[in-house]
Design a protein. Structure first.
Length: 311
C-alpha cells in the first residue's frame, strides 16, 4: 500500500516523566556500565507524542520547557523508536512525529525516554503492528534503561541496568514538588564523577550487587510520605551536587519551605521534594515561585505511555 492510499490518521500518546524515589549504583563494570537498584515513580508531568504516516522519518519538537538542545535528526530517541516498530511491521514508508515536551530536558526525569516509549506505542497503533506489551518492552530495553519504565508507569523496582522491572505495590498518592534547572547535567558525566569520587575514597563503600532498601517498599505500600521521607536516597546525588553545589541549597530551601525531604532526581539537575499532601506541595511550590524560581507541584503514581486520541 502506498502512502497516498493511506487514510489520514494521527495517533496521540502521552507518557510521564519519573522521579527516582531510591537509586543505588553498583561499581563500574568492565564494559563501563553500572548495575543499579532503583524505585521509579511516574509523575503527572508529561511528554505528548503524535505520529502520522509520512514519506520519511522526521520529528518536530515543541515544549513548555527549553527544547533547544533536543536533536531533530535520526539521533532523536523517539525517531529511533519509530524506526524499530516500522521495521517490525515491515512498513515501507516513513513516520512523522510531533513531540511536545513537558518534562525538563536533561533534567534526570526521563523525558527523552518518555518520548521513546510514547513513540513505540503511537507507531504500533498507527501501523496496526500488533506488538504485545512484552514485545514493546523488549524494543524499549534496546533504546535505554529508562524507556521500559516509561512504558509501564506506576511505581516499579528496576534492577540490572534499570530495565529489569517489577511493579511495586504502592497504594494511594504521593505529592512532589519538582524544581527544574535551566542548565542540564550529562548523565554519563555524573556517573563518571561518582566513579571518580569512589576511586578517591571520598565516598563508599559500595555493594557490587545493589539492592533496594526494604523500608522504601514498606513506606510505599502504606502510602506513608513521612516514613518514605526518612529513606529516600540517590547514590548519584553526591556526584550531581559535586558538579552543581547549588542543588544542595535547593534541597535545603525546599525542606525549609515545608517539604518532608528532597532528592536529586536521577542524574539531576531537577530536584524532587516529597511533601505531606497536595496542599503542602502547593505551598512549597508557591514559596519557590514567589522567590522567582520555577517549581511544579505534581503527584504519583500515574500510568505509563497510553493512547489518548486517534484522529
Amino acid at each position: 500500500m502506498t502512502l497516498a492510499e493511506q487514510p489520514p490518521r494521527r495517533v496521540h500518546v502521552r507518557a510521564p516523566g519519573k522521579v527516582n524515589v531510591f537509586f543505588e549504583v553498583g561499581p563500574v563494570e568492565p564494559d563501563g556500565y553500572h548495575r543499579v537498584a532503583s524505585v521509579y515513580q511516574a509523575v503527572s508531568l508529561y511528554e505528548e507524542v503524535s505520529a502520522v504516516h509520512a514519506d520519511g522519518f522526521t520529528v518536530a519538537v515543541t515544549g513548555d520547557v527549553d527544547v533547544s538542545g533536543v536533536p531533530t535528526d535520526d539521533t532523536n530517541l523517539a525517531v529511533r523508536a519509530a524506526r524499530l516498530v516500522a521495521e517490525h511491521a515491515e512498513w515501507p514508508g516513513g513516520i512523522h512525529l510531533d513531540v511536545h515536551k513537558g518534562v525538563p530536558v536533561a533534567g534526570g526525569m526521563g523525558g527523552g525516554s518518555a518520548d521513546a516509549a510514547a513513540a513505540l506505542v503511537a507507531v504500533n497503533e498507527l501501523l496496526g503492528a500488533g506488538l504485545t506489551g512484552t514485545a514493546l518492552h523488549a524494543l524499549a530495553a534496546t533504546l535505554g534503561a529508562d524507556v521500559p519504565f516509561a512504558l509501564l508507569g506506576g511505581t516499579a523496582v528496576g534492577t540490572g541496568r534499570g530495565d529489569e522491572l517489577a511493579p511495586a505495590l504502592a497504594r494511594g498518592r504521593l505529592d512532589w514538588v519538582l524544581v527544574p534547572d535551566a542548565e542540564g547535567l550529562s548523565t554519563p558525566q555524573v556517573y563518571g564523577t561518582l566513579d571518580d569520587l569512589r576511586a578517591a575514597a571520598d565516598i563508599g563503600p559500595v555493594r557490587r550487587i545493589p539492592s533496594v532498601d526494604p523500608r522504601v517498599l514498606q513506606a510505599l505500600r502504606r502510602s506513608d510520605a513521612a516514613a518514605l521521607a526518612e529513606v529516600v536516597s540517590n547514590d548519584l546525588q553526591v556526584a550531581a551536587i559535586h558538579r552543581r553545589p547549588d542543588l544542595g541549597a535547593v534541597i535545603a530551601q525546599g525542606v525549609a519551605h515545608g517539604a518532608l525531604a528532597g532528592i536529586v532526581s536521577g542524574s539531576g539537575p531537577t530536584v524532587a521534594l516529597l511533601c505531606a499532601d497536595a496542599a503542602a506541595a502547593a505551598s512549597v511550590a508557591r514559596a519557590f515561585v514567589d522567590r522567582g524560581r520555577a517549581a511544579l507541584a505534581v503527584h504519583g503514581a500515574v500510568p505509563g505511555a497510553r493512547v489518548v486520541a486517534v484522529d
